[in-house]
Design a protein around this ligand. Structure first.
Ligand code: XMP
Length: 510
């Protein structure tokens, strides 16, 4: 399989670059630029290299660099934004400081449409341009391939050396047709043939699982979320009834979710164990209000329940996990940590007696996992399932968790979600849910004017979960939802809609 190597220089969009490359059916991997020696690059054997953007300026003292020997490997290199400047500087060009290098804007850009990267584009394009440093003179043998009113060198190339630079980000949607530019680099410059497809991945992975597992047994922690469900389908296809899926129901799932997961998986040719551990979780969570403590307790209890079940099976040969690529990519910028650390209810392999770990989704992005799920014949309701945090409703009930609050939230959340689904709006919203606040306001409908809970509704659209916009829901729909909730959930006196984006807020409330 052909591979593209992406070297991360610390910019915020590195993961987008990787996703665009994969969308073009070319396999790629991301590595931190600082740790990739030229020997390691050779060993990786890529057909092309993409250097990502960065947050510093190339002339700042700690600016990330690449080994210049990289340019002489005979492998085409595309430098994006910061890396475009770096390529120019490394070859004797001049780069001068500009405005803040983190500041980007949509910019009218004149493209040389005879140039290989821009052949499919109109001459006047909109690009997501960095307002930082500017290339004021290009090295000898390099030509300008795009410019803007303020930036005479918005893109350049030295075809003879296989070097290409763009001062904008083709990988983000703000650059119109940017993915086509990436495609041109892959197919016309690097000679990609497009051999990365989920059908092939499924067939090859099933085969390799069979070879690795032999007649051993496999145990998988199944949450009912997309990743573990697709992993279950893949493993089940590979080893059939030698797979056991353990589904720990902690009692804080959405309404009817536990039964739905059970219904789907008990139909498959695998051993499905549902452990109802609601009491165990709720008793440990009694009186706990701190969100991180809630997460910690849930993680611990989850592990205990899972371990106890696995121990009953005796020695396990293989422990499988639904780890995906964003969980393991080492990106230089801060967001990688934000998404990784608290968000996987991680099983610590050292706690379970097993011989080997299987992670069949490890190289895949979320969209690829969904595509793989479709290839495996999983129902659309499961493949399209929105992300649901491991601790579940525990972090959507602000303050103390009680059985009554869980019931109230489940009912209200169900009404909210069903309305969006009936209005066919849910497909355009990445994540939507209700939050039970711990604030109460007066309800004037009852004789006693007793205080009741405020319920918050949240809907966001996002591509990467690092930033998110609040979803613009029609007023009529919101009105309908609010009425239905108030009528059917008597413990709620008020419904509010969260209109905060991320940043500054997070998607969840806790
Ligand atoms: P935030 O709230 O950090 O959420 O903006 C980003 C994404 O992560 C999910 N999330 C979690 N997922 N365990 C999880 O498995 C958690 O503790 C957790 N906290 C947040 C959140 O639903 C969103 O998709």
């Amino acid at each position: 399989m052909q591979k593209i190597l992406i070297l991360d220089l610390g910019g915020p969009y590195t993961q987008h670059v990787a996703r665009r490359v994969r969308e073009c059916h070319v396999y790629c991997e991301v590595f931190p630029a600082a740790r990739m020696t030229v020997e390691a690059v050779r060993a990786f054997d890529p057909i092309g290299i993409i250097l990502s953007g960065g947050t510093a300026g190339v002339s700042s003292p700690n600016a990330p660099r690449v080994d210049k020997a990289l340019y002489a490997l005979g492998i085409p290199v595309l430098g994006i934004c910061y890396a475009g400047n770096l390529i120019a500087l490394d070859h004797g060009g001049t780069v001068e400081p500009g405005e803040d290098s983190r500041c980007h804007s949509r910019t009218l850009t004149k493209l040389d449409t005879d140039h290989v990267l821009f052949r499919e584009h109109p001459e006047d394009a909109i690009t997501w341009m960095c307002n930082g440093e500017r290339i004021t003179s290009l090295p000898e043998g390099f030509t300008v391939t795009a410019s803007t009113a303020n930036c005479p060198v918005a893109a350049f190339a030295c075809e003879e050396k296989g070097l290409y630079g763009v001062r904008f980000h083709p990988e983000v949607p703000y650059t119109k047709g940017g993915v086509e530019m990436v495609r041109q680099f892959l197919y016309r410059v690097c000679g990609a043939v497009g051999d990365w497809h989920m059908e092939t991945y499924a067939a090859e992975t099933i085969q390799s699982i069979r070879e690795r597992v032999g007649d051993g047994n496999v145990v998988l922690a199944l949450s009912g979320g997309v990743d573990s469900s697709v992993a279950a389908a893949l493993l089940s296809n590979a080893v059939g009834s030698r797979l056991t899926c353990i589904f720990v129901d902690h009692g804080m799932l959405r309404k009817d979710e536990g039964d739905q997961v059970e219904a789907i998986f008990s139909r498959m040719d695998l051993n499905f164990i549902r452990v109802n551990a609601r009491e165990q979780f709720l008793s440990r969570l009694a009186g706990v209000t701190d969100p991180e403590e809630k997460r910690h307790i849930i993680g611990e209890e989850f592990l205990k329940v899972f371990e106890a079940e696995a121990a009953r099976m005796g020695a396990v040969d293989f422990l499988a996990q639904g780890t995906i690529y964003p969980d393991v990519t080492e990106l230089c910028h801060n967001y990688a940590d934000v998404l990784q650390s608290p968000h996987k209810t991680g099983i610590h392999p050292e706690h379970i007696r097993f011989k080997e770990l299987l992670e069949p989704l490890r190289p895949l992005f979320k969209e690829e996992v969904r595509a793989l799920g479709r290839t495996m014949g999983l129902p659309e309701t499961l493949v399209n399932r929105q992300p649901f945090p491991g601790p579940g409703l525990a972090i959507r009930i602000i303050g103390e968790i009680t059985p009554e609050k869980i019931r109230i939230l489940q009912e209200a959340d169900h009404i909210f979600r069903s309305h969006l689904e009936s209005a066919h709006i849910h497909d355009h919203i990445t994540q939507y849910f209700a939050v039970l606040t711990d604030t109460q306001t007066i309800d004037i409908t009852g004789a006693d004017r007793s205080p009741k809970y405020i319920l918050a509704l949240r809907g966001v659209t996002t591509d990467d979960f690092m930033t998110a916009k609040w979803a613009r829901l029609p007023y009529e729909l919101l009105d309908n939802i609010s009425h239905t909730i108030i009528q059917n959930v008597p413990e709620i006196s008020r419904v509010v809609y969260d209109i905060t984006s991320k940043p500054p807020a997070t998607i969840e409330w806790e």
